[in-house]
Design a binder for this molecule. Sequence first.
Ligand SMILES: Cc1ncc(COP(=O)(O)O)c(C=O)c1O
Length: 426
Amino acid sequence: MISFEQFELIGDTKVGVLPQQVNQLEMCREIAAAKDLEENDSSFMLVDLDKIIERFELWKRELPMIEPFYAVKCNTDLVLIRILASLGCGFDCASREEIDIVMGTGVSADRLIYANPCKTRSFITHAMERDVRMMTFDNSEELLKIARLHPNAEMILRIAVSDPTATCPLNLKFGADPVLAGPQLLKLASEEGVSVVGISFHVGSGCNDASAYRNALQHAKNLCEIGEGLGFKMDIIDMGGGFPGAEHHNPFEKIAETIRDALDEFFPETEKRLIAEPGRFFAAGPFSLCANIIHATEVPATKITKDQKDCGDHGYMYYINDGVYGSFNCIMFDHAHPVGAPLFDVGRNEKYISTIWGPTCDSLDLVEDKKLMAKMEIGEWLYYPDMGAYTLAAGTTFNGFAKPIPMYVMSEELWGTIKDSSHISF
Ligand SMILES: Cc1ncc(COP(=O)(O)O)c(C=O)c1O
């Protein structure tokens, strides 16, 4: 396997240190070439830790007034969590296990928000025992559970304000109506003696229309005034997730500008604590997947497409060693359309209609369909960038196919920046 001159330990994970900035594609090529020499065809996930810092710096540049609480559900990789923790990031956890994962790295309870509006009762008790106080709710039954189980809880009312065009809208399941139910829930909280400290929303994962944030902030302002009228402090605004992870037609900078303008309009010179729960924003870009072609077979083009225009008479079906039951579960659960490319320049220019299947015996295990690609050979590699969000977190080993092996890399410069972090020790 590739020999790094220097390794560092983050937790108990070995991280390869490079003298220069990480180039993900080049690094993947080096690793794949080394694996080829050993006839090792297992898939791997390159994890570029410099990229995490880059994203964190981008956040701080565009939205310096908003504290990010990374949504752990997106990817529970411990090194990713430790790097974010070392930078001072907070964490959004949605279950007992996520709370324990994050606190197991040394993060203190006051840097967590338990952002699941419908919580398991024993998990609420667990949160109380670990002194996690900040948590969301959007219904009266949850308030009654909290009143009984967690007297120290600091509740944040989640309202439903949605970008209906988001890749994964969430408001069918969560969020109180900001006009009708919101004020009623604040009143009930006051009657039950439950402390409410703010308002939260999630406009939908993969937001396409930034005006949803403005809309939500306007509702948040009204509800803060109602809550203050009931005697609550209302000093937290939680703007949820929805921020893009990779290049997107609605870039992060545009969303950030809309949010800054809306904050100026509805919360000018506010002393409130502003937070958000970005998931894919941090997790997508640092992870690149390299999958090996374990089988390739020539087929008539009509087996792949009925529309034979420009397709020639034959095409190829490829079988790779990661699929929909593994990292590519994002195709099912996250409406993702991953696009792979040959890892190396294969030097063959002619393109054929191709299908890329995952390795299992299920025909639902389809990674890419009707793709034009150079002819590939068994044993060659495909490269999929931006594979860190909602991929490994829900992947299985169905049919006995292993998940890709993570390989962590960072530059010397990054290690210099984080190793003496005052927020966490490695
Ligand atoms: C409550 C909550 N916060 C944050 C997130 C993260 O969203 P995103 O990955 O779009 O940033 C999610 C995703 O489902 C969520 O449910």
